[in-house]
Structure formats: C-alpha cells, structure tokens
Design a protein around this ligand. Structure first.
Ligand SMILES: *Cc1c(COP(=O)(O)O)cnc(C)c1O
Length: 236
C-alpha cells in the first residue's frame, strides 16, 4: 500500500468531482478517518498532505494526542459516537465534534466548554436513512437541537454530518446526500447571522465521497481509500 499515492489519488478524485458539479475543489475538505491507524501512519499521512484527521474513538484520540501524532495537521475532529461521560476527554482537544446527536450530549459538551472558557465547534449528526442501529438524530429532533444550540453560548453550530447506509451499489446514497443538503440549506436560511456559521456539511466515505460532493458535501471522511482495509472493529 502506498499511502502517498492513495492520498494524491483521493485528492484528485475530490477535485474532479467538485469540478464536475460546478464547484471549486477548495470548497471541499478531506478528513482522513484515522481509526486503528498507528501514530507513525498518522504522521506519514500528515507528511503526505493530510491536514485534517478524524478520530472515531476517545481512547485512540487520547493516545494519539499524548504521542503528538497529529503534529503538523491543521485540525483534529471527533467523528465517532461520543458518550456523555467522555466529553471531558474531547471538548477543547479537537477543533470540531462532528457527531452530536442528542440534547443530553449537546448540554454536556456545553457544560464542559463553559468550564474551560471556550466555544466548542460542533456538527449535528443526522440519521438520515432512519436506520435503527445507527447513531444520529432524526430529522424531527434536529430542529430541536438546532434551537438548543442557539441558547448555548459555549457551542457553535457549524453544520451537519451524516453516515448513510453502506452503499449497496454506486449511486445508492445520492438521495440521502440530497436530503442532507436540503436540511442544511433549510437550517442555514432559518438562522440569523449571530447564531453560528453553517459552513460544514460532512458526508461521504470511501465508497461514495464523489456522490456526496455532487450533492453538496463540504467535508468528506475517508479511511479505507487512504489507508487500506481495516481489521474488524471490536466493541467500543
Ligand atoms: C471510519 C469512518 C469513516 C471512513 O470510512 P471508510 O469507509 O473507511 O472511508 C467515515 N466516517 C466515520 C464516522 C468513520 O467512523
């Protein structure tokens, strides 16, 4: 596996997908999903041009931070399911928490950010396909969470995130990406200027990031296409 080559390939496919959609390649951020990767692999990825790393598990985030593995990256994001009792290990340690999907979690993040005297940037995660076993809030709960973010001065809503089903066939997730884009537009239009900056629509993974870009993604989270297949994940 040639990490540098993979990164270049994904970056060029991102640029091509953007141009095909009449968008500028600079509008799209590549977030490398670094779960299960070693400190050294993360360092190599950054040396080869990765500027944003997305971490899925608190334990791995903490270990990589302690080892200084993200040195040179512009930002680290948290993209995995976050338990309320672990917010202390994440708030203030990452530029963006992409996976906020409940009132309880939102408030816990706010409390910790307030304690630290910071404003934590967040995305709200939507379970756009209504899958039972998935994290993410329903589109109905989403409006409630958006309103709540306006009341909480120590969180700043930057946008939305979604993990649709594993693509069964090429193009299978386009309708979910289109639905997410519409939700993103609706929320942006309802917000006033002082209520946040909606500049991030995080959707698309190795199998479908080009479709996500065609439907308006501003950030894609890519693991396998950069690092190769992962061993199966154990329990959290
Ligand atoms: C692992 C992961 C990805 C990347 O998945 P690939 O299919 O390997 O590209 C994206 N988003 C989240 C939340 C992940 O946990």
């Amino acid at each position: 596996m040639d990490l540098e080559k993979n990164i270049q390939l994904v970056q060029s496919k991102i640029a091509a997908a953007a141009l095909a959609a009449g968008r500028s390649p600079e509008e799209i951020t590549l977030c490398a999903a670094t779960k299960v990767q070693s400190d050294d692999t993360i360092r190599s990825a950054i040396a080869s041009g990765i500027s944003v790393c997305g971490e899925n598990r608190v334990q791995e985030l903490t270990a990589h931070l302690a080892a200084g593995a993200y040195a040179g990256a512009k930002e680290v994001h948290f993209i995995g399911h976050l338990q309320t009792n672990k917010v202390k290990q994440v708030v203030g340690k990452v530029a963006l928490i992409q996976s906020v999907d409940s009132l309880h979690l939102l408030q816990a993040i706010h409390t910790q950010a307030e304690k630290l005297g910071i404003v934590q940037d967040i995305l709200l995660e939507v379970n756009i396909a209504g899958e039972e076993s998935k994290s993410g809030c329903s589109p109905e709960l989403l409006s409630q969470l958006v309103l709540e973010t306006h009341r909480l001065p120590h969180v700043r809503l930057r946008g939305l995130m979604a993990i649709p089903p594993i693509s069964s066939s090429p193009g299978a997730n386009r309708r979910y990406f289109a639905e997410m884009h519409q939700l993103f537009i609706d929320i942006t239009q309802k917000m006033s200027d002082n209520q946040g900056v909606m500049d991030c629509l995080s959707m698309g993974m190795s199998a479908d990031y080009e479709d996500a870009i065609a439907e308006g993604a501003t950030l894609v989270r890519v693991g396998t296409a950069l690092f190769g297949p992962r061993p199966p994940m154990g329990p959290r």
